[in-house]
Design a protein around this ligand. Structure first.
Ligand SMILES: [Zn+2]
Ligand SMILES: [Zn+2]
Length: 317
């Protein structure tokens, strides 16, 4: 099975995103790049270099529905005519009718984010939408955990690896234990467990970091030999990266616990102390990071927690 990486530029801080072409019938791409002219050019160039064109694509598989990964799914599908789009049903970013913003808003209020900051985050969020087209419910097929994507000479196993987002999926070629992992595994940076509503009960927060740790362990059980991430180069030593991630989570957790004063604090206040002077998308990611670590510390019995008016307050034990 030929897996070809196509590097596609994004207008985002993270830099280029990796699209993976599975050059075997049915011709499949995993992720697409954002909806920008530059990304379209890079994607088409990459396909051409491998001997294909957009109209050859039969399947568009999304690791998750962030704009840099799903942005071109609709236009590729339209140009390829009969291509089918696959995404896990817990993803919401690509949906027409996403309630995400309102649900996010209540999560942000509970995390203690001030109103003017929520308004700024909303403007940023609306600005992001230009980088991806939305899909109606009937326009995509679900990726099912443990299912298989069949190819002419083999298959990729679908493994639901929530954490970065609730519906993030990885794809494993069991014959040689190669993994395509989207933003679940990134070589140089620890992926952010992004603040998300729980797909089962959107009034709750998705336990992103706890789920992420389970996903990392699950991928480890496949003993990966090679991992293709959503950004940057491939990972050859999964165990080393796994241990590094776990250490980073532990270090961050002890840092976060130290930032909780006797009288208690909100996730927003912790985020401000952890990442002073951050702006735009990083302020949202900072809150995500603070919430994720505070929640994990609370669930592990290392912090107290109470609801005070509209906000949640973490306290030392
Ligand atoms: Zn992502
Ligand atoms: Zn990404």
């Amino acid at each position: 099975m030929r897996i070809i990486r196509i590097k596609v530029p994004t207008p985002f801080y993270i830099g280029p995103v990796n699209v993976y072409l599975i050059a075997e019938d049915p011709i499949t791409i995993i992720d697409t790049g954002p909806k920008t002219k530059e990304a379209v050019v890079a994607l088409k160039d990459g396909l051409r270099a491998a001997g294909f064109k957009v109209s050859d694509i039969r399947r568009i598989v999304l690791t998750h529905a962030h704009e840099d990964h799903c942005g071109l799914a609709r236009s590729v599908r339209d140009e390829a005519k009969n291509a089918e789009v696959f995404v896990h049903e817990w993803e919401t970013g690509h949906r027409h009718s996403r309630l995400e913003h309102d649900e996010h808003k209540s999560l942000l209020v509970r995390a203690g984010v001030p109103d003017d900051e929520i308004a700024a985050l909303r403007r940023m969020y609306m600005g992001m939408r230009q980088y991806a087209d939305a899909f109606a419910e009937h326009e995509y097929s679900p990726l099912l955990d443990n299912g298989e994507l069949q190819f002419e000479t083999g298959s990729l196993r679908i493994v639901h690896t929530p954490g970065h987002t609730p519906g993030s999926c990885s794809f494993i070629r069991e014959a040689d234990r190669t993994v395509i992992a989207g933003d679940c595994i990134l070589k140089r940076i620890t992926p952010n467990p992004v603040l998300s509503p729980d797909p089962i009960d959107p009034s709750k927060r998705f336990p992103s970091l706890a789920e992420y740790l389970v996903s990392l362990a699950r991928l480890r059980s496949f003993a990966p030999t090679l991992v293709y991430g959503g950004h940057g180069d491939e990972v050859n030593d999964y165990d080393e990266l796994f241990n590094r991630y776990i250490r980073a989570v532990q270090e961050r957790q002890s840092q976060v616990i130290k930032l909780v004063p006797k009288e208690g604090t909100t996730a927003w206040e912790v985020a401000q102390k952890m990442f002073p002077g951050t702006d735009d998308v990083h302020r949202f990611l900072a809150v995500s990071e603070a919430v994720a670590h505070l929640d994990l510390a609370h669930s592990e019995g290392k912090l107290g927690y109470e609801v005070s008016g509209p906000t949640e307050v973490y306290k030392p034990l």
